[in-house]
Ligand binder design. Sequence first.
Ligand SMILES: [Zn+2]
Ligand SMILES: [Zn+2]
Length: 198
Amino acid sequence: MIRTAIARTGVLKPARTRKCAVKGCATRFQPRSITHKVCGPACAEVHAAAERKRLDAKQTRERKQALKTRADYLKEAQVAFNAFIRARDAALPCICCGRTSEKQYLTGSNWDCGHYRSTGSAPHLRFNEDNAHRQLTVCNRHGAGRAVDYRIGLIQRIGLARVEALEADQAPRKWTPEQLIEIRDTYRAKLRELKEKA
Ligand SMILES: [Zn+2]
Ligand SMILES: [Zn+2]
C-alpha cells in the first residue's frame, strides 16, 4: 500500500499553466503551489487589495448580522420579562386604577406589562422589576401609562423610597447578546416556577 502511494505521488505531472486570478489579466503562469494564484508582484498587489475589500465587506455583513441578532435577543428578553411580570401580578389589580378584569385569566390579552418609566424614555429600566407591573391594556396604551395614577399605585406596592430610587436612576445599561440571552432564560425559568406553584 505504502509503495503504491509513493509510486502515485512520485509521478511527475506534466507542467500546467494557470490563468492569473486578477480580473482583466490574461497572463498564464507556472504555479509553484495551489495557493499561487497570480502572475507576478503587480498582480499580487491588485489581488491583495481585492482580497482586503472582500474581507471588509464580509466583516461589515457579519457586524450587521450581529446587530440584528442583538435586537432579536433584546426583544426575546423583553417578551420573557413582560410575561413574568404579568404572571407575578396575576392576583393583583391594575397598578394605576385598581380595576380587575374578569377576562384576566383567559388570555391575558387585556393585560400588559406596564413600565412606570417607559422603555422608550428609560430603556435602562426595561428589565427592572420595580419599574414594571401588570396594567390593563386600556390604561397602558390608551391612557399613556397614566403616570400620575401609576405613581400612586406604585408607592402603595413598593414604597416611596423605591419609587424615588427608580426616578433617580439614570445609569445607562448596555447588554451584550449573551447577557440578553441570560435575561431571557432567567425570566422564562422564573415564569415556569410561578406556573408550577400556581
Ligand atoms: Zn496577472
Ligand atoms: Zn389601570
